[in-house]
Design a protein around this ligand. Structure first.
Ligand code: G3H
Length: 220
């Protein structure tokens, strides 16, 4: 079985200020995590690299496009969102193709984007309360709900399942809750509160014996 590695971006400047959403860059701690993540991936995936690229060479007599598609499927890939904090976290990782997915962007907080939870509570108490009552279905005005996020992840999940080599997904808390819940088969109602800590890699292996999970906390 090939591993799928999930991680949030390194700590961002918005994380430090407690602001939701935005497109800020990384804090010092976030930058440090990006370097630790790169060396972790280099070591963890070194052995998988040779195994995964050697397989497609036996398929040389296939039509060119099919060959390329197969070849790509056997490459270890780094998937990020299109947001700065995710792209910057992947930056120090070298030697693997990187793909940006809009579908991996953080939940869109609509009119609450850029606010802290305290500000939402004070200036939009009715929104704060509705979200507290049903976090899974609550949709931010002009933004998204967790159910919306799950829906837009469909294409990502299809591609993830087609891949034959390890994939590293560097994304965001809400999106990773949805991906993780799918991969680890967690109930939908539990999904919006699953713990996906910063600076931690969640490794998932899906084999015949079921799903196995390891967590690597690289720093606080
Ligand atoms: O900014 C969005 C957060 O990552 C999502 O967290 O759904 O627990 O508010 P939350």
């Amino acid at each position: 079985p090939r591993p799928i590695l999930l991680t949030r971006h390194g700590e961002s400047l918005d994380n430090v200020r407690g602001q939701i959403g935005g497109d800020s860059s990384l804090s010092e701690a976030g930058l440090l995590y990006s370097r630790k993540l790169a060396s972790f991936i280099e070591k963890r995936l070194a052995s998988e690299r040779t195994a995964s690229v050697s397989v497609p060479f036996v398929t040389c007599n296939l039509e060119r496009n099919i060959f390329i598609e197969l070849f790509v499927r056997y490459l270890i890939q780094i998937w990020t969102s299109t947001l700065q904090r995710s792209i910057l976290t992947a930056h120090p990782i070298i030697g693997f193709p990187k793909i940006q997915w809009r579908a991996l962007d953080e939940i869109n907080a609509g009119i609450c984007d850029g606010m802290t939870y305290d500000e939402v509570k004070k200036s939009k108490p009715e929104e704060y309360e509705s979200r507290g009552k049903d976090k899974l279905r609550y949709r931010y005005p002009r933004g998204e709900s967790y159910l919306d996020v799950i829906q837009r992840l469909e294409t990502v999940i299809i591609e993830l399942e087609r891949q034959r080599a390890p994939v590293v997904v560097i994304s965001h808390q809400a999106v990773l809750r949805a991906l993780y819940a799918y991969l680890a088969d967690r109930p939908l109602e539990e999904l919006p509160n699953i713990e996906i800590p910063l600076h931690t890699i969640i490794e998932i292996q899906m084999g015949v014996a079921g799903v196995q999970e390891k967590r690597y906390k690289l720093m606080d």
